[in-house]
Design a binder for this molecule. Sequence first.
Ligand code: AMP
Length: 460
Amino acid sequence: MLFADLGLCPELLRALADEGYTQPTPIQAQAIPVVLSGRDLLGAAQTGTGKTAAFTLPILQQLQSVPPPAGPRLLPRVLVLVPTRELAAQVGESVRTYGRHLPALKTAIIFGGVGINPQIDQLRRGVDLIVATPGRLLDHLQQRTVNLSGIQMLVLDEADRMLDMGFIRDIRRVIQALPSKRQNLLFSATFNPDIRALAEGLLHDPASVDVAPRNTAAQTVAQRVHPVDKSRKTALIAHLVKQGDWKQVLIFTRTKHGANRLAEQLVREGILADAIHGNKSQNARTRALADFKAGKIRVLVATDIAARGIDIDQLPHVINHELPNVPEDYVHRIGRTGRAGAEGEAISLVSSEERQELKDIQRLLKRDIPSSTVPGFEPGSQPSAEERAAAAARPPMPPERDRPRAPGGRGHAPSGGNRRPGGGGAGAGNGNARHARPASRDGGAARPAGRSNSSSQRPR
Ligand code: AMP
């Protein structure tokens, strides 16, 4: 099948040709006709399947084919809700890419952690499409700087992640501001009872599109477990990166602190690395990601939430420094590699303390992940003389709070500080804490457990 067979307008086909895409991915082939027909859609798809274009292309097609209602163009017609700022930026980028030959269509990207006034100005000038994280959009609703009464199409992207991050009440409040007659699309990589309940309440007679079999990992990703002692994980990572001459590796840690520490240790081993997580400013995260994409740093260390929305074509290697303790996060993590049909490799370093997590993940995947030890790093084996010398050369790590704030990370040292004002509470971006409390907002500051949802208390 070709994109031309899907009934997309010439401007969109031209943009796809500019990107070098001629064939739709399976989710695009299935979802685009459904969306164009006006039906609600339930999409089971993880990132890397081409799902962003699967909803962006038909949305742009609808927007350009149906002229906006008469009068000043103040009412946006399409709303895409996403869990994180990174994903908002990425979806916005897709809209820009695929809509490049449709310059009359205006898009606003709305997320927290940046100034609200430019967003207000943009909304005032009139937009057709809004891509937003729920928290900041609610701020606009409360300040009456956005009017959602003209929304004809709602997309919930990565709905499972939005629920994980505690956005359910915010989502419901946003939906209350929408007209009841509209088309709804919901995408999720995993389906637990909460997601099903949300989908049942939201979608009317939806078509289902299921490209990645639920809760299974992308077929193109080669997965492997390396059993290793906890104390030697960093040395093993340095070994793998150097031996394999890996140029682009995304490493997951459970905690922000762990992400900083690992990046710092790799830098000391001579491997250019940086960390991204919820305590970093939006600018620091964007810069680290840009440096990684440009090949200026080889290793990006990330927490689960910060890594949402990272889109790098053909990311070849993902390493789990620790296994996530929420098994679904494993599926999300390894979905960062093997994207859009490219081959990828996902390696998990598993210490004896993590046997249960490994069991839970394998149960979810319904198969065992192949396991092999790396010579010299077998559990219980002694570090080599080289490794001992490297460890001895490392100054002891002071506790996080005593560490000097790095000046912004330009020199590839991880910029550990850089908290957003009023934000950066414990737990944000931390897979460990996620289920213990309802959440971090926009991948940033955590919401204190049990607090009310009023905007005055909401961290920015
Ligand atoms: P997504 O699942 O939306 O995060 O997309 C994954 C990656 O696939 C992105 O980098 C897209 O640019 C790319 N992509 C999307 N559609 C296609 C296509 N039809 N052919 C090749 N690559 C694509």
